[in-house]
Design a protein around this ligand. Structure first.
Ligand SMILES: Cc1ncc(C[n+]2csc(CCOP(=O)(O)OP(=O)(O)O)c2C)c(N)n1
Ligand SMILES: [Mg+2]
Length: 430
């Protein structure tokens, strides 16, 4: 069976000369090239609901949300930067090794999370902590992961900070090598299709526009397109892949233009407009589930923060550009203004919320930094299922030998061992 990829896209045919055999491609007598996927040969439009100051735009399709839901959205959009700001400073104080913020992308991340079902499988890139927050992953859990202490449920302190994972929250563990999650998501979508969750859940995959330059992006979209599965791809186009501006990542019309090439329903949305994101992702999810086919959403935003704590973005972009982008279409301010216009929010509540969130985060920070790490021997557990293989036994024996020899006498090791539960004795006392 052949689809008609261009039938509705306004490719002009001067004369009807039939179609190619085994194809619906209409034969034409005029030579014409094209490089746009829109019917009028233009740029793919961006869907928005609210203007820059939170007023519905003309003809806006406001998604259905009630006051409690809107409050929850807003609180999570505020919690995310509260955590980010503290965790960024904590890294600067040398207490943790790394952090990545979501500054500027709160609407994309929280809005998408809010449009998904809580048990949809999520495969993130690394900037999607907000999805976990929306799903009830606690502030304590965030801190415990970032400190890698004995209560880190993501990986017992064996992952870098912000490399969260939580089966309970259907959040697959973050893996930094770019784009690996994209073909994985197509596989997760396919597994869902073959399971009893077939008509209930989807796989939602987040990635940056930079990650979309990897081969894995194309492998993943092709897989989801040819082996249909309920997989929703959400591209966070935040303008940068570390120092490389998005203008150097593609010459075509962003990431969205690639969807139709794979026969995938696609939409571009204003990623700084939380209501637009909710409307777009809700509809995308519905299509994904109903058609059992992949859908692509490109959310347009701007990374206001540095790439990570290892980056100083003023080395490659103007401070004024960043300051401007903090003001223009600010996702949080914009939604707050909308909330206020509905009578759902006011200045007193704003102050109370900020104070409460800051207090919650500081309390969790104090607790997390006071807890020891897991026992050192945990380093070797959970690597393989079944009987422990020889190489793990060998590595444990080697570390134990070194600890027995230098653990007490070499100061850096002594200090480091003091941070683990039982101070490494689970290894040395055996
Ligand atoms: C395969 C691979 N190449 C390079 C890197 C280094 N790296 C880490 S993040 C990043 C930029 C990714 O940009 P984007 O996908 O747009 O996501 P953003 O950071 O903007 O959210 C790069 C190049 C990596 N982690 N993996
Ligand atoms: Mg990016």
């Amino acid at each position: 069976m052949f689809r008609r990829p261009f039938a509705s896209r306004g490719i002009r045919r001067s004369i009807h000369l039939g179609t190619l055999p085994n194809s619906h491609s209409p034969i034409v007598s005029s030579l014409s090239f094209f490089k746009s996927v829109t019917p009028d040969g233009g740029i793919i439009p961006t869907f928005r609901v609210l203007d820059g100051v939170g007023r519905p735009v003309e003809g806006a399709q406001i998604p259905e949300i009630d006051e409690p839901f809107a409050r929850r959205l807003y609180e999570n959009m505020q919690l995310l930067p509260t955590l980010d700001t503290v965790l960024y400073q904590v890294q600067r104080q040398g207490k943790t090794s790394f952090h990545m913020t979501s500054h500027g992308e709160e609407a994309t991340i929280i809005g998408s999370a809010a449009a998904l079902e809580l048990d949809d499988e999520v495969l993130g890139q690394y900037r999607e902590m907000g999805v976990l927050l929306w799903r009830g992953f606690s502030v304590d859990s965030v801190m415990n992961q970032c400190f890698g202490n004995q209560e880190d449920t993501s990986g017992k302190g064996r992952q870098m900070p912000v490399h969260f994972g939580s089966p309970k929250h259907h959040f697959h563990t973050i893996s930094s090598p770019l784009a690996t999650q994209i073909p994985h998501a197509a596989g997760v979508g396919y597994a869902l299709r073959r399971s009893d969750r077939r008509s209930r859940n989807i796989a939602a995959c987040f990635f940056g526009e930079g990650a979309a330059s990897e081969g894995d992006f194309h492998a993943g979209l092709l897989l989801a397109s040819t082996i249909p599965s309920p997989t929703l791809f959400i591209a966070r186009n935040n303008g940068f892949a570390i120092s490389t501006p998005s203008t150097e990542q593609y010459y075509g019309d962003g990431i969205a233009s690639r969807g139709p090439g794979y026969g995938i329903d696609t939409v571009r949305v204003d990623g700084n407009d939380v209501l637009a994101v909710i409307a777009a992702v809700r509809e995308a999810r519905k299509r994904t589930l109903e058609q059992g086919r992949a859908v692509l959403v490109e959310a347009m935003s701007y990374r206001v923060g540095h790439h990570s704590t290892s980056d100083d973005s003023f080395a490659y972009r103007q401070r004024t550009e960043v300051e401007d982008r903090k003001r223009i279409d600010n996702p949080i301010a914009r939604f707050r203004l909308y909330m206020e216009s509905q009578g759902w929010w006011n200045a007193t509540e704003e102050e109370e919320l900020k104070a409460r969130l800051k207090a919650d985060v500081m309390k969790a920070l104090k607790r997390a930094e006071s807890l020891p790490r897991c026992e050192l021997g945990e380093l070797f557990t959970d690597v393989y299922a079944g009987e422990e293989p020889w190489n793990i036994k060998e590595q444990r024996a080697e570390l134990t030998g070194l600890l027995k020899k230098y653990g007490d006498s070499w100061e850096p090791w002594r200090t480091e061992l003091g941070r683990f539960k039982n101070k490494g004795q689970d290894l040395t006392s055996v």
